[in-house]
Design a protein around this ligand. Structure first.
Ligand code: SF4
Ligand code: MG
Length: 336
């Protein structure tokens, strides 16, 4: 399958008064054409920092890309200057956020925000762009788009703003859409509509999606592959089925047991993972999950486990994969 994006051994740090926070520590993953890759993990695991680094949205300083590559269309995004990035942002890679107000311009009409990109990136005339903007708003299910395009974001409801943001993001048919918690702030019905909409548009436009979320119900619904992050590292990755139904990493087990899922009845108990992630000002030298892991062995605190292949698509970084390690069965609930 054609690769749209290759993230290779990415390291991103933040300078703080207390020292350097190593937010992303050697993250690698690929995104293929037309697929949805979900990046999951607790807050602070580095998933948003990774996605914002792909878009090069983080100010430097305080953020620093320490090393690694982000290959997109033959270009290493970590090496581009602001002018080159301008051409890619919005046109080839678009992003939608949890809070549409952070990406919508409150002083500009919704239509204007769609036509701006179309005129800039696709060299459309004003008239063509306006026609396309109406079409995009209709596509995302905004009623009477002809009159809506001249309204401002504050005249839209929350769900409508989310749709408008998606319309803006997809208007230039980007190769890659990065969606960071796109439905978290919405009620369940609208959430489902937005997810359906993303799926539909993906089929129509062929866009690849990176979905950053902590909502495993949404992941189950839309993802082809899943990347599990913990303490700035990818601890497990694989197809949706591999990560959801044959998870190998104790953190993934904990995550699956601790998070509400749409496909689970609500009377099942959720079990939060006891403890908290390590301080990334001074990350542990061994497995970052060791302090919270029921299965931790001596070596876990001494050495970082290497990433091993469970299958050609399924990878996991855990000492339990070592041939000498004891055989451990995942708790039943995690794979339910
Ligand atoms: Fe647990 Fe050790 Fe695996 Fe880390 S490497 S998740 S501490 S068993
Ligand atoms: Mg986040």
């Amino acid at each position: 399958m054609a690769k749209v994006l290759e993230v290779r051994d990415l390291h991103v740090s933040f300078k703080t008064y207390n020292g350097e926070v190593q937010a992303v520590r050697g993250v690698s993953f690929d995104v293929n054409k037309g697929e949805t890759v979900a990046v999951v993990g607790e807050s602070g695991c580095g998933k948003s920092v990774t996605s914002q680094t792909i878009m090069r949205l983080l100010p430097s300083p305080p953020s620093m890309i320490k090393s690694g590559e982000i290959m997109f269309d033959g270009k290493d995004l970590t090496k581009l200057d602001e002018k080159q990035l301008e051409k890619i942002r919005g046109a080839e890679i678009a992003m939608i956020f949890q809070d549409p107000m952070t990406s919508l311009n409150p002083t500009m009409t919704v239509g204007g925000q769609i036509t701006e990109g179309l005129m800039k990136h696709q060299k459309m005339s004003k008239e063509e762009a306006k026609k396309k903007a109406i079409e995009m708003l209709r596509l995302v299910g905004i009623p009477s788009p002809e009159s809506r395009i001249s309204q401002y974001p504050h005249q839209f409801s929350g769900g409508m703003r989310q749709r408008a943001m998606i319309a803006i993001a997809l208007s230039c048919a980007p190769k890659l859409l990065i969606a960071d918690e796109p439905t978290t702030a919405l009620d369940v019905t609208i959430q489902a509509q937005i997810i359906d909409l993303m799926k539909e548009l993906q089929e129509k436009v062929g866009t690849s999606i990176i979905l950053i979320t902590h909502d495993l119900g949404v992941v189950a619904d839309i993802a082809d592959r899943v990347v599990v992050m913990y303490a700035g590292k990818v601890v497990e990755s694989g197809s949706l089925d591999e990560v959801f139904y044959q998870p190998k990493h104790p953190y993934t087990w904990g995550l699956l047991a601790s998070m509400p899922r749409l496909d689970q009845s609500s009377d099942q108990d959720l079990q939060p993972i006891p403890g908290s992630p390590p301080n990334l000002l001074n990350p542990p030298k061994g497995c970052p999950f060791a302090a919270r892991c029921k299965y931790a062995m001596k070596i876990c605190t001494q050495e970082m486990p290497e990433t091993s292949d469970v299958s050609s698509t399924h990878r996991v970084a855990c000492w339990l994969q070592h041939p000498m390690a004891p055989k451990v069965e995942p708790p039943a609930m995690a794979v339910g």
